[in-house]
Design a protein. Sequence first.
Lengths: 100, 216
Amino acid sequence: MTQLLLLFDVVLLTTLLALAVAAVTSPEPRRAVMLFIAFGLWLSMVWARLRAPDVALAEAAIGAGLGGALMLAAARRAAKREAGDSTESAGDSGAGGPPA
Amino acid sequence: MSRDWSLLLGMLLALLACVLLWVLHGALMDQPGPRLADLAAANVPYSGVSNPVTSVLLNFRAYDTLLELAVVLAALLGIWALGPAVPGFQPSGPVLASMVSWIVPLLILAGGYMLWVGGHAPGGAFQAGALLGAAGVILRLGGDPRAGLPDETMQRWLAVAGTAVFTLVGLALAAAGEGFLTYPTDWAKWLILLIETAATIAIGVTLAAAYVGGRP
């Protein structure tokens, strides 16, 4: 049982580090934000493993959920601003649908 | 940025990382000295709540939490200073609309539960506020341009509610001779509940307004 838990922890930590590196090195903002959300959810599992359920809840809700939504909106706005210089219509690379 | 500058920046960041690792190593290898954990755990019964995390956040170190709320408020003021909000999303189709009409009341209910349960189990104002904020985000994704928030004046009042109630409670206690944010044991539970309720609403409004992303 202890060895299984150790294996679980090792897998958890390596995946966490891989997600962090992938999010930092990703060239495209939207992809980076999605990797960051996955990183946040994974980190909340690490907090749960450390028996810190309060931090795990806050990390999943604020760090991954709302932080991710805010960053997706920011990436959408930045893409719209970049595209707005050349064309008006290429703005819908965002979090859920084309703008009204 | 020129190549030299980014090289220098990288080296400085690597140096900072080394210093941080060294400090962490020192902290891990060092024998744990006298900590405040035992003192805090011994005083949880007098804090008004039975969850040790909430008793630290809202009672023993309430000043820190007050400043955290002020930080969140300052972030929202910065976002509002950026200019008017961008237009929202187009109205959702029937499938998404019916999901939104199911999930938003559930999120509000879960937020209320999270607020109440924070007194004796993991939960609390920040998590509950995040659930309310998530309800706002989903409403905006579903086509409501204001994310379900009230008009501008009301938004301003609600956004400052958390910091204002927290400060007023602290000042009232100081005026009553108890000291700033030092709750009397009998009232502690209700004062904490009052502060957490105001903080939950303020955090929910702030997060939803931040997602709208501009002056209302």
